[in-house]
Structure formats: structure tokens, C-alpha cells
Design a protein around this ligand. Structure first.
Ligand SMILES: Cc1cc2nc3c(=O)[nH]c(=O)nc-3n(C[C@H](O)[C@H](O)[C@H](O)COP(=O)(O)O)c2cc1C
Length: 191
């Protein structure tokens, strides 16, 4: 790794053990590493946070939140795959992003969104692949000062989109995912 190597955090907005979005973001992470990025894949299931509450934040002592804050402070990009729930992105993703948008009470953490370049992706069993949720994440991340790259991908028919090793079965879709992660790497170099 060099100083110019982008460090990306990759995660899915799903807690499900057999999540297709976890598979998708793992594909993205592999492609990003192959294109020179350092990537840390995290599973939000390992970072359980209560529903955000301004009263609770004054007293919450959460090692998971401390760890997430450290990780996010060290990153300059995010790869996010979110399920589409009722036409938007998942509540666990929103909750995690909300917690990380707040400074730590002891000033040990300031929200790091302004330093992020973000790549968005989704997969769902339906034909649209969860694309409706992506416009909502794009708006949220842009509001927080992140640079969301123009490319994005939504993979339909998730139940047949991955092979038995969890790789995207469709080579053209994998190429589109690679173009997306390359854009994240390129844009993060100039942000
Ligand atoms: C509450 C809920 C709402 C959903 N709404 C949508 C939807 O609007 N569009 C869609 O394509 N799929 C929808 N689904 C199906 C999810 O896309 C599907 O469960 C998907 O596999 C979840 O992602 P995961 O495999 O990464 O956990 C919904 C599922 C749940 C549980």
C-alpha cells in the first residue's frame, strides 16, 4: 500500500446471513482490490447499534460504534450494496449512517463523510434489482458531502445472479461492476 492507495470500506445494508447484497459487495471488494485499492469488508450484523436517539447518544458506551468510527475515519471511500425495502434502502443502513453522522460526545470522532467517494449497488429478486433505493442513498450521501460516482449497478433476479462460489454469474454485469469500482478509485484520487 502507498499513500495514494485508496482505502475503501465495503458493506451491505442487510443483516441476513444469506444476503445477496453481501455477495454483491464482496464481488465489488474483490474487483477493487484487483484494481489497487485497500478494502475492508464489514458485516453490519457485527456492529449492532440501537435505533438512533439523541438522548441515548449522550450515554451510549458502544465498542462497536467506537470501532466503526475508527474505520470510517481511516477510509476515503465506501462501497455500499443495499437491499431495496419498499422502494427505498434498508433501515439498518440509514441507522448506521445516522450514528456515524454525529460527532462523538468527547470529540474523539468527527463525521468523515466529506472525505468519501462512494459507489452504490443493489440486488433484489425483482427485475429492477433494487434500483429505486439507490437514488435515495445517492441523495443522502450527497447531502452529507460525499461524492457519489455516476456509475451504479442494480442486479435483478438475485436468486440466480451468483454462482456457487458467490461470484456474479453474468460476465457483462461483472464488467459493469468493475467499471463502477474503477470510477470510485479514480474519483477518490482527486477528491
Ligand atoms: C420489508 C421488505 C420490503 C421489500 N421491498 C422490496 C422492494 O421494494 N423492491 C424489491 O425489489 N424487493 C423488495 N424486497 C425483497 C428484497 O429485495 C429481498 O428480500 C432481498 O433478498 C433482500 O436483500 P438481501 O438478500 O441482501 O438480504 C423487500 C423485502 C423486505 C423484507
Amino acid at each position: 500500500m502507498t499513500n495514494s492507495t485508496p482505502h475503501l470500506i465495503a458493506f451491505a445494508g442487510s443483516l441476513r446471513a444469506d444476503s445477496y447484497n453481501k455477495l454483491l459487495v464482496n464481488n465489488a471488494a474483490d474487483l477493487a482490490r484487483a484494481n489497487g485499492a485497500e478494502v475492508t469488508v464489514i458485516d453490519l450484523k457485527e456492529y449492532p447499534l440501537p435505533i438512533f436517539d439523541e438522548d441515548l447518544e449522550k450515554e451510549l458506551d458502544s465498542p462497536e460504534l467506537t470501532q466503526l468510527r475508527k474505520l470510517f475515519s481511516s477510509a476515503n471511500g465506501l462501497l455500499i450494496a443495499s437491499p431495496e425495502y419498499n422502494g427505498s434502502f434498508s433501515s439498518v443502513l440509514k441507522n448506521t449512517l445516522d450514528w456515524l453522522s454525529r460527532p462523538a460526545q468527547d470529540q474523539s470522532y468527527s463525521p468523515a463523510y466529506g472525505q468519501f467517494t462512494v459507489g452504490l449497488m443493489a440486488t433484489s429478486p425483482g427485475g429492477l434489482g433494487g434500483i429505486r433505493g439507490l437514488s435515495h442513498i445517492r441523495e443522502l450521501m450527497s447531502n452529507l458531502g460525499s461524492l457519489v460516482v455516476p456509475n451504479q449497478i442494480a442486479v435483478g433476479a438475485s436468486y440466480e445472479a451468483f454462482d456457487d462460489k458467490g461470484k456474479l454469474a453474468n460476465g457483462a454485469m461483472s464488467d459493469r461492476l468493475e467499471a463502477l469500482v474503477k470510477q470510485v478509485i479514480q474519483y477518490s484520487a482527486v477528491k
